[in-house]
Write a protein that binds this ligand. Structure first.
Ligand code: FAD
Length: 391
């Protein structure tokens, strides 16, 4: 029987079908059994738990949005909820899936031809191959719509790619990376499925991160990498196409951020009931209850917003500013919740063994990736005022 999430105070799980609840319940069992026990050690060592890749693929959370790979008809609310459930245990594992599923598979699913979808989607969904998504560059983060300097040039039957990418998740061990590059002929941003074993492709791990230590982010260089003509995603012909992918993934990152908040809140609530000070559980103190209630209020507002924005996706009515608002608000709420949860746990809140510290550190990366809070705020600002304040 599916258990109500501690953070789902108003019972929004009612939006899920019995089949969807069943998959989430199985996912939760799997995460508690195979992922939670190994995650702290990987976080400390900054290593990726390759031992869970197959199990994660079998959990069935990759490829749910596309006919080629979904196991049953399902909703965007459900797909978002799987991101929440993953992040509730670990933000890095949720990010790994976010890259594999939303960004790599999503880019090919949304921008690929029928043949490209048939070729790549099943292999990504089954975990046979790992994917990554290369948009950000050393010199262009927030302004990647205009600032990309990586180039693609059509030469005969091939495209030749030159440039550099930064921060690319999964890229140290990915089989393919969707690389976004400017076509020298028309100056438009186009997407290419690049085999990472090709000559001229190198990925170097970014070391010494203090947030999302498990995610393997890389600096990539593309030095005259030659890909066949059919590596270019058929329907990725300008940054508007990149933005179609990001609109959906941003909404899922809002869910992911909410999962981090739920994970931190649950941990703090259990700690508060257990920890005795002045002869009683600290949970019996008004100021501790206030922190827990503040956290629950923030989580409830995030889940409600996430559900609605995903329903808009299900209705084909989701716009960029909807998912931008969800990402900005849910990550702000998350940041407040992890701080409240950290306080409730006192000194133990900064020790990895007690759970909250990892959420606290990981939240910072989520706050900045897939569009910083500022950029997502400005996307909403442009929508409500008609003025683009970021350019
Ligand atoms: P900058 O763009 O340099 O921004 C720095 C600060 O300035 C931010 O606070 C920003 O909000 C602010 N700022 C910038 N412009 C404006 C403006 N006009 N007005 C107001 N404020 C502004 N990218 C990928 O392509 N693939 C990935 O897999 C990937 N994974 C990532 C994983 C992690 C852990 C991280 C940290 C990043 C990842 N990224 C990835 C990159 C991520 O999307 C960028 O970090 C993000 O877009 C911000 O870019 P930046 O870091 O270059 O910051």
């Amino acid at each position: 029987e599916f258990q109500l999430l501690p953070g789902d105070f108003t019972g929004l799980e009612a939006e899920l079908s019995p089949e969807e609840k069943g998959l989430i319940s199985n996912l939760r069992d799997y995460l508690e059994r195979d992922v939670r026990p190994v995650i702290d050690a990987h976080w400390e060592a900054a290593t990726f738990p390759h031992e869970i890749v197959q199990g994660l693929a079998e959990a069935g959370v990759v490829g749910l949005a596309f006919e080629e790979t979904r196991r049953f008809e399902n909703s965007a609310v459900f797909r978002g909820w799987t991101a929440l459930e993953l992040a509730r245990v670990d933000a890095s594992v949720a990010t790994y899936i976010g890259v594999q599923n939303g960004l790599a598979l999503g880019a090919i699913g949304l921008c690929g031809s029928v043949a490209q979808r048939e070729r790549w989607l099943p292999a990504l969904a089954s975990g046979e191959i790992v994917g990554a998504f290369g948009l950000t560059e050393p010199g262009s983060g927030s302004d990647s719509a205009r600032g990309l300097t990586t180039t693609a040039e059509r030469v005969g039957d091939e495209w030749v790619l030159n440039g550099a990418k930064r921060w690319i998740g999964n890229a140290t061990f990915a089989d393919i990376v969707v690389i976004w590059a400017k076509d020298v002929a028309d100056g438009q941003v186009k997407g290419f499925v690049v085999d990472t074993s090709l000559p001229g492709f190198t990925a170097t791990k970014i070391e010494r991160k203090v947030s999302l230590r498990i995610v393997q982010n890389a600096d990539i260089t593309l030095d005259g990498v030659r890909v066949p003509a059919d590596a270019k995603l058929e329907h990725a012909n300008s940054f508007k196409d990149t933005a179609r992918v990001l609109r959906k993934t941003r909404a899922e990152v809002a869910w992911l951020a909410t999962g981090i908040a739920v994970g931190a809140y649950e941990t703090a609530l259990a700690y508060a009931k257990d920890r005795l000070q002045f002869g009683a559980p600290i949970a019996a103190r008004q100021l501790i209850q206030e922190r827990l209630v503040d956290a629950l209020g923030l989580i409830t507002s995030s889940i409600t917003l996430c559900v609605r924005v995903s329903q808009l996706d299900d209705d084909d009515a989701q716009r960029d500013e909807h998912s931008a608002l969800a990402k900005a608000v849910a990550t702000s709420n998350m940041r407040q919740v992890v701080a409240l949860a950290r306080e409730v746990c006192g000194g133990n809140g900064i020790v990895a063994d007690y759970g909250v510290g990892r959420f606290f550190a990981d939240a910072e990366a989520i706050y900045s990736y897939e569009g910083t809070r500022e950029m997502n705020t400005l996307i909403v600002g442009r929508s409500i005022t008609g003025h683009a304040a970021f350019v």
